[in-house]
Design a protein. Structure first.
Length: 420
């Protein structure tokens, strides 16, 4: 694997900052450097590194007498990166060891550890098959424990294992497209490919015949009553997949989004699809409207723990202390959405999270506080295809281990009705 130095520099930069997502760092790398490293290979290596880092750490610890100091994170990252090559890319062991030992010799800070790197990698190769790692050791302990508390050990383990697998690519087609035979239709208008590849190269992209949207993310808009020719308010709209879906269903959509950067991304996608919704670039909490809406979709900011398989950097970017902030923000946004909702209107609340505090508990709290709104339970008779996802309360909760083969993002969705 060429460009090893660039890859290790990139991952070290991620851990130095730990506030910037890996996609942004990769974009910045390609903006600033002329390189023969394929973007697809870079993404594969970075995501594999982050996806398996906790598991690799367990193996490294069992192959060293003393745990590697936090001050020597660069050495640990060299070992982790070598393990990506050995066990994900399946490169020849002699080439991987020689390359990373040589790289460790080239920096003053890492040179004293070159013999250590050599010894540990050789021991990992000889011992790995004997080492057993429990599922709960493969992710941060706080995260696994939160799932165990919410759903029990078996479901926590299933969420974990599914979250650490490479996801397929789902696209939503609103026009007839000549897709290759690598795509299979998994639901009406939704096609799946096991390996994403370079999205822009897929037939129909330039023509605006489809957009990328996980099958879970397509559920919220389907829960509305007939929205054809109806005005729909899409709050926290970026990246715009749900808005595109509702426009394709015939709705007149108003998108509200606070981020200028994400609004520009939405505009690019809408232009490609030849859609022209109203876009309001404002913080929802600062935005006022002279009218109310019969249909509102609120895709609230959340911990995004249902999307770890697509964004493994979340394993390192999120922590249990952040949950409280998200919960408070969601409460405030629900109250704002209620103020914009017409009497006898529908509000769809959703989060790409599997944390109960952001899902069912959030809605239970909201309904206790406001008596003029109630659940409008999703019924199996309405959506037979969602039967496995419907909860006892009539909400929807998907998990990453559902919809095999390939899985799906974890989403919580609740349909609410304003009575007066």
């Amino acid at each position: 694997m060429e460009n090893r130095k660039d890859l290790i520099a990139l991952i070290n930069k991620f851990f130095d900052k730990k506030v910037v997502n890996i996609d942004d760092l990769i974009d910045d790398y390609y903006l600033r450097n002329e390189t023969n490293l394929k973007r697809s290979e870079c993404i594969l290596v970075m995501n594999s590194f982050l996806r398996y880092a906790y598991e690799f750490d367990q193996i490294i610890d069992k192959c060293t007498i003393k745990k590697i100091s936090k001050n020597n994170l660069i050495i640990k990252n060299i070992l982790r990166m070598a393990m990506v090559e050995l066990y994900i890319l399946q490169r020849p062991s002699y080439a991987v060891i020689d390359s990373w030992v040589e790289i460790s010799k080239q920096k003053k800070r890492t040179k004293p550890f070159s013999s250590f790197v050599n010894a540990v990698l050789r021991k990992i190769i000889s011992e790995k098959s004997k080492i057993k790692i429990s599922t709960q050791q493969k992710i941060p302990q706080w995260l696994w424990m939160s799932w165990k508390q919410d759903y029990g050990v078996d479901v926590a383990n299933k969420i974990t294992e599914a979250s650490l697998t490479e996801p397929p690519l789902d696209i939503y087609c609103h026009k007839k497209t000549n897709l290759d035979n690598q795509f299979i239709e998994i639901e009406k208008n939704i096609f799946r490919k096991s390996k994403a590849g370079f999205v822009e190269d897929i037939e129909g992209f330039e023509k605006g015949q489809w957009w990328v949207q996980d099958i879970s993310a397509s559920i919220p808009a389907k829960l509305f009553s007939n929205i054809k020719d109806q005005k729909v308010l899409d709050l926290c709209s970026a990246p715009g997949g749900k808005a595109m879906q509702m426009i394709s269903m015939g709705a007149k959509v108003t998108c509200v989004e606070s981020s200028k950067q994400r609004v520009q991304l939405m505009k690019n996608n809408f232009t490609r699809l030849k859609f022209n919704p109203e876009i309001i670039n404002k913080d929802i909490l600062d935005w006022t409207s002279t009218k109310t809406f019969k249909y509102i979709l609120l895709d609230a900011p959340c911990s995004a723990t249902g999307t770890i398989r697509k964004h493994p950097d979340l394993i390192f970017l999120k922590n249990k202390n952040e949950l409280g902030k998200y919960i408070k923000t969601q409460q405030t946004l629900l109250e704002k959405a209620l103020s914009l909702l017409s009497t006898q209107g529908q509000l769809i609340y959703c989060v790409c999270s599997v944390q109960k505090n952001e899902g069912v508990k959030q809605i239970d709290h909201f309904l206790k506080k406001y008596k003029n709104i109630r659940r409008e339970p999703v019924k199996k008779s309405e959506f037979t295809q969602f039967e496995k996802y419907i909860t006892k309360d009539g909400d929807i909760q998907t998990f990453p281990y559902m919809k095999k083969p390939g899985g799906m993002d974890g989403f919580f969705i609740s349909r609410l009705y304003k009575e007066y």
